[in-house]
Design a protein around this ligand. Structure first.
Ligand code: SAH
Ligand code: SF4
Length: 360
């Protein structure tokens, strides 16, 4: 994002070939640049050892590769890492790296952000409560993957190209309020010649931005769509997720129904369990009535505490009670294992910390 320089991060192979030709170089230089950026996570032209020296200097004068820098990181007892990344304009975002359990142990899921902050303002979410600064550019979304992968390889002393196996768009921000950048980033992250993460390993989570769901329906992608539901009636949902006042449950579910009919893909509903707010028997009953016809999955997320907020997580037996009500009602339920809560890296705990205030 440096003024006057061409930003190469986010460009695809043919765009990099065009860039090389415009810079008076052979076309194949574009392919070399592509490999350095997306396979080797390189942000310095000087490290591109197969380019002639004078070419490295020239590229450095006219272009930049703004892979976000990991400023600080915290490591949880369970191995989850939270990276505070700095963007070119010094704004900070958080990206979370979550280790897989059991089989596939050396693989990670990366939770990425699409906005600095979030304008939706959900009542239970740290990001939503901390305000909104700006959308991320598509290359900043992609940059989180490259920057995290590079940092992870360094920390783990592993060169594995496939350390990151899954991407979830569940960090800061509402992806569908930054739709074009989100979509463009998916295409780049998915490119087999570059980062190469399969579409079925990419999940986008939305709080119910109906226009985005409608657009995604027409994209012909195989990514997983997750809908943050959290309430099965409009009265409660209006209160928890202010966007529900614009897109009430009827509108949201009809867009989801269409999405399923057109794409033939299962969706996942997320449901944060808030003690005494949305975890009664009546809530379970309404939820079953609402989503059973959709044959969807439902993922329960016990509330992660956010300082200054009045919600609390239900006791374990109450979590299981809710789980069992849904199972008995015929839903396909999973309970999300809490990861990284001791370092405020769990769902809903991400905020834009100011420089120097992060705990190591
Ligand atoms: N904006 C998108 C994606 C980011 S939030 C969305 O809302 O879907 C990722 C998930 O974390 C969402 O399901 C969100 O509702 C949930 N979440 C937010 N705050 C939380 C909290 N304090 N505890 C548990 N989950 C939370
Ligand atoms: Fe934004 Fe999602 Fe947090 Fe709601 S839950 S404020 S939509 S990041």
């Amino acid at each position: 994002m440096e003024t006057g320089k061409v930003e190469l991060l986010g460009k695809d192979v043919s765009e990099l070939e065009d860039f090389a030709v415009a810079a008076g170089q052979p076309k194949y230089r574009g392919r070399q640049l592509y490999k350095w950026i997306y396979k080797k996570e390189t942000s310095s032209f000087y490290e591109m050892t197969d380019l002639p020296k004078e070419q490295r200097v020239f590229f450095d004068e006219i272009a930049s590769i703004s892979i976000p820098r990991v400023l600080k990181q915290r490591v949880s007892r369970d191995g989850t890492r939270k990276f505070a990344m700095e963007l070119a304009d010094k704004k900070k975002i958080e990206t979370v790296v979550i280790p897989h359990n059991g089989e596939g142990q050396n693989r990670y899921t990366l939770c990425i952000s699409t906005q600095v902050g979030c304008p939706i303002g959900c009542l239970f979410c740290a990001t939503g409560q901390s305000g909104f600064q700006r959308n991320l550019a598509f290359y900043e979304i992609v940059g989180q993957v490259l920057g995290s992968k590079k940092e992870l390889q360094k920390r783990l002393k592993k060169e594995d190209d496939d350390l990151i196996a899954n991407i979830v768009y569940m960090g800061m921000g509402e992806p569908f309020l930054n739709y074009d950048a989100t979509l463009k980033s998916i295409h780049i992250i998915n490119d087999p010649k570059g980062i190469n993460i399969g579409q079925r390993h990419i999940t986008i989570s939305t709080c119910g931005e109906v226009e985005g769901i409608k657009k995604l329906t027409r994209e012909n992608l195989q990514v997983i769509l997750a809908i943050s539901l959290h309430a099965a009636n409009d009265q409660l949902r209006d209160r928890l997720i202010p966007l529900n006042r614009k897109y009430p449950l009827g509108m949201l579910l009809s867009a989801v129904e269409d999405y399923i009919a057109v794409t033939n893909r299962r969706v996942t509903f997320e449901y944060v369990l808030l003690e005494g707010v949305n975890n009664s028997y009546e809530d379970a009953r309404d939820l079953i009535r609402l989503i059973k016809p959709l044959l969807a999955n439902i993922n329960l997320i016990p509330y992660n505490s956010v300082s200054g907020l009045d919600f609390s997580q239900p006791e374990t037996d109450k979590v299981w009670q809710f789980y069992n009500w849904l199972v008995q009602g015929g839903l396909n339920v999973t309970l999300r294992e809490e990861k990284g809560a001791d370092i405020e890296a769990a769902c809903g705990q991400l905020v834009m910390k100011k420089s120097g205030k992060n705990k190591q």
